[in-house]
Each structure stands twice: as C-alpha cells, then as structure tokens.
Design a protein around this ligand. Structure first.
Ligand code: GDP
Length: 202
C-alpha cells in the first residue's frame, strides 16, 4: 500500500472540470489549519507536494494528485476561514457539496478533525451533513502527538476523539471508520494507505 510516485495533475474550479478517467479517488477535507497539507505530504513522503494547493488561486480549487498512476488523492478547499467574506464561503460550500454528491469515482471522503482541541461546531456540522447525505466518510484525527496542555483545555487527543464520535453517532447508521494520525511522528500514515487500498480492493 506504499506510495511509489505522486504527481500534481490539475486544479479544477467545478466538479465538471475534474479528471474524467474514472480512477478511484479519496478526498481530503477539513477546517483550515487542521493539518491537511502536512498530512498530504506525509502520505506521499514529499515535503512540498501539497504546496501546490497553497499557491494563490488554488486554495479554493479541487486539486487532483495522481498516486502510483492508478488512483487520486484530492485536496479540497479548507473550510471555516474566519476572514473569508460570507459570499465566498457560501460558494465553496456549494462547490464542495456538489463535488461530494456528484463525483461517481469518489470512494470516500477523509474528513480531518484536529484531535488536539475540543470538538468544533463547524466540524460537527460537516460530519453530520456527510452522514445525512450518505457520503462515504472516514474520520482522520490529526495532531494526535499534541499531548495535554492547559491551552488545549487539558484534554488528551483520545478524549477529544471519543467526544467527537459520540456527538456525530446519531447521523450515521454505522459508525464511520476512524484513524488517529500525526504528521510529526507519521502515526497513522500506513493505516490510512492500507485503508485506502482496502477500499479500492487492491
Ligand atoms: P492546513 O491549513 O490544513 O493545510 O494545515 P497545515 O498542514 O498547513 O498545518 C497547520 C499547522 O499545524 C502548521 O503549523 C503545522 O506545523 C501544524 N501541524 C500540522 N500537522 C500537525 C501534527 O500532526 N502535529 C502537530 N503537532 N502539528 C501539526
């Protein structure tokens, strides 16, 4: 399940512009600053691949990265920028939601949740929306290396993870799969890649 090669393919501004070769894909999404770029780089073992998604003009695009010439990792716009004008926020929402509902080769959405802080309403809203719309989802808890500090409310990542799962349970028939990760220690990297390969059936 290792990554042999990974290349940036394209940035799309509409679901219709995305690659049409039908290869299976996994979308990474989460609140801005959740650690999405770090995780993407850790998955492909490249320090700067995800920089592509951070270039001006690309942060609000759907960015496709082809892995091992056979499947895609998709970097979606981060949500919850406090500084974004309301109109732009509504646009991204509609745009990413359209992608979730219309993209046929989307195998699973990987929703990133920061495990070093207590559950945020916007993340709960996102998870419940995916659950209610029956979009296949995997929960990826990030920053699990960050241990108990006063400024994190003194809670351990494990406690935040458990609380989050409890809060979204009612929106899912079966609890979504979940993986604890850290881009600092690379915890969870192999688990994510294995999970993706099982979902692809190879
Ligand atoms: P993005 O905005 O979601 O792409 O987030 P980034 O990957 O740019 O990370 C945001 C901040 O969180 C940066 O300061 C990272 O160094 C930090 N960060 C990301 N992942 C981890 C992690 O696993 N552990 C810790 N301790 N910090 C992380």
């Amino acid at each position: 399940a290792q990554v042999v090669n990974a290349d940036f393919v394209k940035s799309s501004v509409r679901p219709d512009d995305c690659p049409r070769d039908g290869l299976p894909e996994f979308a990474l999404v989460g609140r801005s600053n959740v650690g999405k770029s770090s995780l993407l780089n850790s998955l492909v073992r490249r320090k700067r691949l995800a920089l592509t998604s951070k270039k001006p003009g690309k942060t609000q695009c759907i960015n496709h990265f082809k892995v091992n010439d056979s499947w895609y990792l998709v970097d979606l716009p981060g949500y919850g920028y406090a500084s974004a004008p309301q109109e732009a926020r509504t646009n991204w929402d509609e745009f990413t939601r359209n992608y979730f509902l219309s993209r046929e080769n989307l195998v699973s959405v990987f929703l990133l949740i920061d495990a070093s802080i207590p559950a945020k309403k916007i993340d709960l809203d996102y998870a419940s929306w995916l659950g209610q719309n029956k979009v296949p989802m995997t929960l990826v808890f990030t920053k699990c290396d960050k241990r108990k500090k006063k400024k994190n409310g003194g809670r351990k990542p494990e406690e935040n993870v458990e609380t989050f799962q409890g809060l979204i349970r009612e929106y899912f028939e079966a609890a979504p799969p979940w993986i604890m990760t850290s881009s600092v220690t690379n915890q969870g990297r192999d688990e994510i890649l294995l999970h993706m390969s099982q979902l692809r059936n190879y």
